[in-house]
Design a protein around this ligand. Sequence first.
Ligand code: NAD
Length: 434
Amino acid sequence: MATLTAEYKKSVKKVPVKGMMDNVMEQFNSAADQINLHPNIKKILSITNNEIIVNFPVKMDNGDVEIFRGYRVQHNNALGPYKGGLRYHPTVDIDAARALAMWMTWKTSLAGLPYGGGKGGIQLDPSKYSQGELERITRRFTFALADNIGPEHDIPAPDVNTNSQTMAWMADTYMSTRPPAERTANQHVVTGKPDGSGGLEGRDRATGFGVYLTIKFWAEKNNIKLNGKKYIVQGFGNVGYWASYFLEQDGAKLVAVQDASGSIENQKGISVADLFAYTKAHKGSLLGFPNAKVLDNDDFFATDCDICIPAALGNQITAENAYQIKASLIAEGANGPTNVEGENMLLERGITIIPDILCNSGGVIGSYFEWLQNRNGELWQLDEVMVKLEKKLKESFENVYKYAEDKAMDMRTAAYCIAIERIEKAYVQRGIFP
Ligand code: NAD
């Protein structure tokens, strides 16, 4: 178990938090050096293929028109159509979309899927809009993206503050604007749809289940029992909730949670079902949850625990707080939650990180199953989905774990190396047009 020492505290330098793009590029460059990536391929993968910015008007409930700005960045499609989520959050901008799109390229490649990487969203705070306004914003955004997305070209999915309802509106808008004969053949333009509208049974839990599985696989490799282990979760949305749900079933104890509204702690354990019911009844917020004490947000990562699951936003674990972390394992449910300086401090302290592109890849694997189901006109059962998901994640985890052991490197660098080597192979075989 990692402990906090006075030396570590003293050694902390105040390093400014860099943007996510700096982070993903540093991670990419370091892996590229490890595998001696051909300079031409390095050039191609260092840039994004397409960056789409759309400004569009939406009529608000009070009759006023508001202008929104939406982004879709398509990083690379050497392995297949662009794939990645759409996020509705005040932090969405072109830089965040670029970084998140790149992460998707590595993630889909690592998982062995026939996809490239894309990401996007709208810079807004959804809590400020009614359900009707969010529906009109989503439909108009889909219309503005028009032919830049498509079931064989670029396939969005849910991300922070978007969900199966958002995807249902997107699918309906996209299909409604196609010629009649093409409409129903286009429902796989987005994944993460509700299960009554072409969605996959179990897609809701796929990411969190994957986070849990990678923790379980790591624990098995290290002869650690999850029963009785304490874990903390940042973000109690789709990913944080489902990861907590499965960990609790294995006897692990949720001791602290942070969401956008604040932080809570109870070292005796927080019931996942009770907290879920509470947040559902309180607009997604944990504020005021009875069976826990309120924790200062700045103290959250210092909470006594064995496993830490950042499942909210990027750049959360940095040099500012990495020295405080007591967990011996970080399982990255979110995309890019640990920056390079934070990661270096954690690795120096012997803390293991299951990197985002492996840890949260259950989501995109579930999305791939949904896409296949729609494309082939099939309907898969929940138990079948969960078995397939576990098989695919086990393969990915074993590949990364072995690569890291063989080459004596951390799991993130290993995951990047595997992902980049697969893309490099496609370029070498195909060559560069013309
Ligand atoms: P969500 O919208 O369902 O939940 C987000 C949670 O984060 C909420 O509890 C919110 O209160 C909390 N949050 C927001 N801002 C915060 C802040 N400043 N501090 C602390 N908590 C904050 O989103 P999600 O789908 O669970 O996604 C969470 C993360 O997982 C994102 O980084 C996303 O990119 C990543 N991810 C999601 C999926 C998926 O399938 N949904 C797949 C892979 C990766």
